[in-house]
Ligand binder design. Structure first.
Ligand code: FAD
Length: 281
């Protein structure tokens, strides 16, 4: 591989001491790939505001490049600006700006602030300080009005000042390539980095994918179903399939990869090894 692509790893803020230790080990192990950043998710509606912030600040203090995910959730503009200011002061230089979702069971009249508005606010208040990442959906966001409208709104996030998009996961590379082509036709010229979800648990993946609108191709569902009671077989098969996906994406021009690690290092590490990413360890 001639040049190292953009690499980033995503975590969620662990709640228990054991979870935090596992996460610490994951950071240490994956750091050999010189990731651009480790991003930390933000619970729906801002439900993990404090734990996300704490983990982000801890990672940053340890010398890792931490990138908090951020959304308005149910918070006021002042609260969100306070958080952004703390991140800026801590030397954080990457953010993932999102609309987010409401926690399940909360609906009604709560109006979520769209990501393009959050991006505009961050740019207005902090200028060029942050590299801003936003979300993109090669298989289209489940609430989108249409395929083109979803691309239009992605374009608005870039116009508001986003630097890069990271995608929802997918297992059909053509969905990504077509999406990128259509984004380019719509005038988007910023990097769109594929989000990579390892295949580790059949039932969880099915449930999660239904909620977020990611498609598990029929052939893959059958293959995973056949292995669902043999974890080792399923993991090995998943690594093979996802390694091939990563190779196809990079060979087809994807600017990098963002791994949804689920706070585990082993599978992301194996995927990085399989696709020949440079490592310093
Ligand atoms: P938006 O870009 O606001 O889009 C949401 C929907 O509204 C789309 O259908 C779009 O077409 C439409 N739209 C966009 N802008 C406008 C506008 N101005 N006016 C009208 N319609 C508009 N969720 C979390 O809760 N926490 C996380 O940490 C988290 N991390 C994520 C990381 C990545 C890489 C990805 C891909 C998703 C992540 N999500 C996370 C999920 C995400 O919050 C949900 O998919 C959410 O439903 C949409 O967020 P968004 O930022 O894409 O929203």
């Amino acid at each position: 591989m001639a040049t190292q692509p953009h690499i980033s790893f995503e975590f969620f803020a662990a709640k228990t001491e054991q979870g935090r230790q596992k996460l610490q080990l994951t950071c240490e192990k994956l750091n050999r790939y010189n990731p651009e950043f480790y991003s930390v998710t933000y619970g729906a509606g801002g439900s993990t505001r404090d734990t996300t912030k704490q983990l982000v600040l801890d990672l940053q203090q340890q010398g890792y490049q931490a990138a908090p995910h951020l959304s308005f959730g149910g918070d006021s503009e002042d609260t969100v600006l306070g958080l952004i200011s703390e991140y800026q002061q801590a030397g954080i230089s990457n953010l993932v700006a999102l609309r987010g979702d409401l926690p399940s069971g909360i609906g009604g009249t709560t109006q979520l602030v769209h990501a393009n508005e959050l991006v505009a606010l961050i740019r207005e208040k902090t200028g060029d300080h942050f590299d801003i990442n936003v979300a993109a959906y090669p298989e289209i966001h489940p609430e989108a009005e249409s395929y083109s409208k979803d691309i239009y709104w992605l374009g608005e996030k870039f116009k508001a000042g986003a630097d890069r998009a990271i995608t929802q996961y997918f297992y059909n590379p053509d969905a990504y390539f077509q999406f990128v082509e259509n984004c380019q036709k719509a005038g988007i010229d910023k990097p769109i980095v594929p989000g990579i979800m390892p295949l580790t648990n059949f039932q969880n993946l099915l449930r999660f994918s239904e909620n977020c609108g990611a498609e598990i191709p029929r052939w893959l569902q059958w293959q995973l179903k056949e292995r669902k009671d043999n974890q080792e077989d399923l993991i090995n098969y998943g690594i093979e399939i996802v390694s091939n996906l990563c190779e196809t994406l990079l060979a087809g021009g994807a600017p990098g990869l963002h791994f949804y690690t689920m706070n585990q290092w082993q599978i992301s590490d194996k995927l990085c090894q399989n696709i020949g990413l440079k490592s310093n360890g």
